[in-house]
Design a protein around this ligand. Structure first.
Ligand SMILES: NC(=O)c1ccc[n+]([C@@H]2O[C@H](COP(=O)([O-])OP(=O)(O)OC[C@H]3O[C@@H](n4cnc5c(N)ncnc54)[C@H](OP(=O)(O)O)[C@@H]3O)[C@@H](O)[C@H]2O)c1
Length: 289
């Protein structure tokens, strides 16, 4: 039975794997709070958990997954190969370590976290060589069945074009910063043309956008919270969303019943779109050659 048949809204990747549109971000979440919020997410029907080697929380996520009793095939786990793990030898080891730490036979989605390589100048041409080596490792991992989909994160159009020009397996996903102040329309359009699904991160502007007057006005108009407005905006851009919180009362606002049963009107979308001032909250990959 597919995720959609089980009532989980998904984006179908070009290889037919279904990526749940509602996920939980886990950057900076650790320990008891992390385990509690992952089990809360799973009991609320959220099936997509986003982690990364650099978050250093994969083993704790494994604890929560095992304790949940939710069947493995119902859960979608994303992890990422970090900037210190780029290049053939390091990436091979990093892929194996992801599975070891998550205590899984396969991961659903594995991403290159960042186009750059630790300790290399951002302008160095070796960044491109190393990230292509990493991609070859992901391709072989995918072909061996140890991940169901592969993709990238923080790739700008030039990084994607370079990858598309030489990949045997094209990327299925690009995980990027997307919110009304930094909507990345051109990059998202490029992804769409190449059948690359977009997962939006920092949908809440790392918390900062919750107090923005335009967001608050829209929330009042539709009797929702500012966070729900921002996530709904992301969903209406055809992105999957992975808000991070360690608070159960916030997470309960981010379930299918709370986010997939209503829409922002075209005038609300217009007002939110007008917030675009190219303001980024996270790291800037445009500088990486
Ligand atoms: N690929 C990448 O390079 C990359 C970069 C950044 C993020 N990500 C992924 O995307 C996820 C989300 O991005 P993010 O964590 O940077 O930012 P975010 O989801 O935009 O915002 C998270 C912040 O908002 C707070 N928050 C959440 N709901 C709230 C509410 N209802 N009221 C008040 N505060 C609220 C959280 O605090 P509390 O936890 O205290 O509630 C946290 O400080 C990350 O966790 C990570 O999984 C990926």
């Amino acid at each position: 039975m597919s995720q959609e048949d089980r009532g989980v809204r998904t984006i179908q990747l070009y290889n037919q794997v279904e990526l749940p549109v509602l996920g939980l971000g886990t950057f900076k979440a650790r320990g008891t709070a992390l385990k509690a919020i992952v089990s809360c997410a799973l009991s609320c029907g959220i099936r997509h958990i986003d982690t990364a080697g650099v978050y250093k929380n994969e083993s704790e996520i494994a604890d929560a997954l095992e304790a949940s009793g939710v069947p493995r095939e119902d859960i979608f786990i994303t992890s990422k190969i970090g900037p210190t793990q780029q290049g053939t030898g390091k990436a091979l080891l990093a892929c194996e370590e992801v599975l070891q730490r998550l205590r899984l036979e396969y991961v659903d989605l594995l991403l290159i976290h960042w186009p750059g390589v630790a300790k290399l100048e951002v302008k160095s041409t070796r960044n491109a060589t190393k990230r292509l080596e990493t991609w070859r490792v992901l391709e072989s991992f995918y072909k061996s069945g140890r991940c169901r989909a592969i993709g990238v994160s923080n790739y700008e159009q030039q990084h994607l074009q370079e990858l598309l020009d030489s990949a045997a397996v094209k990327p299925m996903v690009n995980q990027i910063e997307v919110h009304p102040r930094y909507p990345q329309r051109e990059l998202r359009e490029f992804c769409k043309q190449h059948s690359i699904a977009v997962v939006a991160y920092a949908s809440l502007g790392c918390g900062d956008l919750l107090s923005h007057s335009t967001v608050q006005r829209a929330a009042q108009e539709c009797d929702r919270t500012p966070a729900q407005v921002l996530l709904r905006w992301g969903l209406q851009q055809e992105c999957a969303v992975i808000p991070k919180t360690i608070h159960q009362e916030y997470l309960e606002q981010y379930t299918a019943a709370q986010l997939l049963t209503w829409e922002l009107s075209s005038s609300q979308l217009q007002a939110l779109d007008a917030m675009d001032d190219a303001h980024k909250y996270c790291w800037n990959p445009a500088v990486v050659r």
